[in-house]
Design a protein around this ligand. Structure first.
Ligand code: HSE
Length: 341
């Protein structure tokens, strides 16, 4: 067996904890899949003093300065300081794995040019969509994407369809630990827009500005019970299409016909439909949020890195770095739903 693949993790939150647990509990299974052990050597936290952790805890600057690590995993989230840490790690020659959708949506192309960057966990957590678009469908032509990319709002809209008010649904999502204390990114569509921006760049191979994606959240969504909405279900839909006229994309609440498979994606689940010219329609559904789901996607990237597999999604984004951002028009009233019999 090859020498262990030694990693350091930035961020000691729920996802970092789930990753550490899985690396310990499933060490033999991961080693069998990878051909080498993946060992957690260091964890960075802003206030490391006295923290109990499965590896030595240190300040981020100290972890970034270590030269004995094979990869650094960024699980801090948010734009800064995560963006600076990822850039510093890549410039120092480390491989980087991140779950950070904000950083990848805004800086993915420029960062990917600096070194090996992997980000499977940045979109829809456990759903393996990032490498699927970059690697498996590399020779296909994706024409459309329709997704439920935010678990919090999907849960809230379900609750509202059952009769809860917006405030009650939000409180319940917070009680269950889904929504953030400040849930603006979820309810106003920014979280789904960042994930959609990453999917658009990978699927259509064009650079876009995440801020160009028109978004409407669910604060103003009508709270019609399902029996009063013609049997359709209200969902926060992230959708994009590409044709000879360019790219259209937006995030907005839509009434999804009950005949569509995504009408039945309930609770905090995510779903992504891809329309590819040669592969045809594809539908993936699964856990889009939660520590174990995110850790599962991080481990998929760690296994690829430890096997020396090329960072396909990072290479694709790097190839866009010199492109100007192209215009993105909203889909608006166009109906992007996948056909369903
Ligand atoms: N807040 C996000 C969601 C977490 O609810 O989907 C996963 O990105």
């Amino acid at each position: 067996m090859r020498a262990p693949f030694r990693i350091g993790v930035l961020g000691l939150g729920n996802v970092g904890g789930a990753l550490a647990r899985r690396l310990a509990d499933d060490a033999d299974g991961i080693a069998a899949a990878t051909g080498r052990r993946i060992t957690l050597e260091a964890i960075a936290a802003r206030r490391p003093e006295g923290r109990q952790a499965p590896a030595p805890v240190m300040a981020p600057e100290k972890l970034l300065a270590r030269t004995d690590l094979d990869a650094i995993v960024e699980l801090i989230g948010g734009m800064e300081p995560a963006h600076t840490y990822i850039k510093t790690a890549l410039q120092a020659g480390h491989q980087v794995i991140t779950a950070n959708k904000q950083v990848i949506a805004s800086h993915g192309p420029a960062l990917s040019r600096l070194g090996s960057l992997r980000f499977e966990a940045s979109v829809a957590s456990a759903i393996p969509i990032v490498e699927l678009l970059a690697e498996t469908l590399a020779a296909d032509r994706v024409q459309g994407i329709v997704g439920i990319l935010n678990g919090t709002t999907n849960f809230m809209l379900d609750e509202m369809a059952k009769g809860s008010s917006y405030e009650q649904a939000l409180r319940e999502a917070q009680r269950l630990g889904m929504a953030e204390a400040d849930p603006t990114a979820d309810v106003d569509g920014h979280d789904a827009a960042a994930k959609l921006a990453i999917l658009v760049m990978l699927a259509f191979r064009k650079r876009i500005d995440v801020d160009a994606i028109d978004r409407t959240g669910i604060r103003e969504a009508p709270t019609l019970p399902s029996h009063a909405s013609g049997g359709g279900k209200r969902k926060l839909i992230a959708a994009a299409e590409s044709d000879e006229e360019g790219i259209r994309a937006d995030v907005r609440p839509r009434l999804v016909p009950i005949s569509s498979p995504i009408a039945h994606v309930d609770g905090a689940l995510n779903a992504i439909c891809i329309e590819a010219r040669y592969a045809g329609p594809l539908l993936l559904r699964g856990a889009g949020a939660g520590p174990d789901a995110a850790a599962s996607a991080v481990i998929a990237d760690l296994v690829r890195a430890a096997r020396d597999a090329p960072p396909s999604a990072g290479a694709l984004l790097a190839s866009l770095a010199d492109q100007p951002c192209i215009d993105v028009r909203p889909l608006g009233g166009m109906r992007p739903f996948p056909a369903a019999e």
